[in-house]
Design a protein around this ligand. Sequence first.
Ligand SMILES: [Zn+2]
Length: 176
Amino acid sequence: MDVTTHAAVGAFAALGLAKGKVGMTEISAAVFLGSMAPDIDAIFYLVDPRFYFEQHRTLTHTLGGVTLLSVVTAGLITVSSKRRSLFVLVLYAFVGGLIHLALDALPSYPLRPLAPLSSHDYALGLFWWRDPFFKGTALIGIALILILPRLLARPLLLVGLVVMAGRVAVAFFLHR
Ligand SMILES: [Zn+2]
């Protein structure tokens, strides 16, 4: 998916998971940055656009790559603040990374999260690389989480994720 969809859904998950918790800033930063981190391979574009198109969605879009990026992301946040343990922040960043992989499985570009153990392509090919539904749902969710009491943050996140999963299910059955 495109960078703005990743940013919106990442921010929605970050707020939903972090609101009201001790170290809210660190947790939300870990989830959000973790959800954006796999597309760090865009820097290859600055080196050589052709190399970028060959390598995009490869190393950084595997479970191994996401784990490594989560450790780096959590490490950088822990250096600037000690309010949550490194391990906890790695887990939150990893959740962000999984959200990124889930969104990137929706278009038809190859996605091999289990590489190098398996080269199975998990891309579902259900959507174009940008679908306004996911971004729109996330933005509404962000607004509601910011406005409503913190007790509702997790239920709202859950509802938003179920709505997005419903959209995927509808697209899946329409494509059959
Ligand atoms: Zn990506």
